[in-house]
Design a protein around this ligand. Sequence first.
Ligand code: ADP
Length: 161
Amino acid sequence: MTSAKARKAVYPGTFDPITNGHLDIIQRALKIFDEIIVLIVDNKNKKALFTLSERADLIKECCKGMNVKVETFTGLLADYMKKQNTNIVVRGLRAVSDFEYEFQMAVTNSKLNPEMETIFLMTDKRYFYLSSSIVKEIGLSGGCVKTMVPDAVEKALKKKT
Ligand code: ADP
């Protein structure tokens, strides 16, 4: 691998919507890589609250001033990675419960695309149990999500209620 390859990494996910936990991972990843591509993967098995473009706009808004590019993709991550000039994928780890699924995905992805490397970053303990699903559950029931998401996401959630 050339050093040029390691300057950029892809952070894939559903981001429905982006939370402070995701942002924590992006900020950590930017300590290692010059640029992060946040890749919103269109997962047909998951019913999303926000459209792909709403999710992309929220990520752009929350990552203003950071070296972050936002892209959307429908299909297999392993195929997307073949067309990139990086082979590094970043994923976040929360509580132990993430491990089994993340490990399965990483092993499967490297079978589909042997060039791909997945690195895991551990989140701040404040975000150990934070997920987009929890945020939606609380936000859509009129609860306060101020400590969980950036302001723009809080506002966007209110509009969905
Ligand atoms: P996916 O459907 O691919 O799991 P998510 O948007 O739920 O998409 O998550 C994308 C990535 O961000 C995953 O690696 C997930 O573990 C990580 N992540 C989600 N929430 C947090 C959080 N609170 N702290 C750290 N990582 C997180």
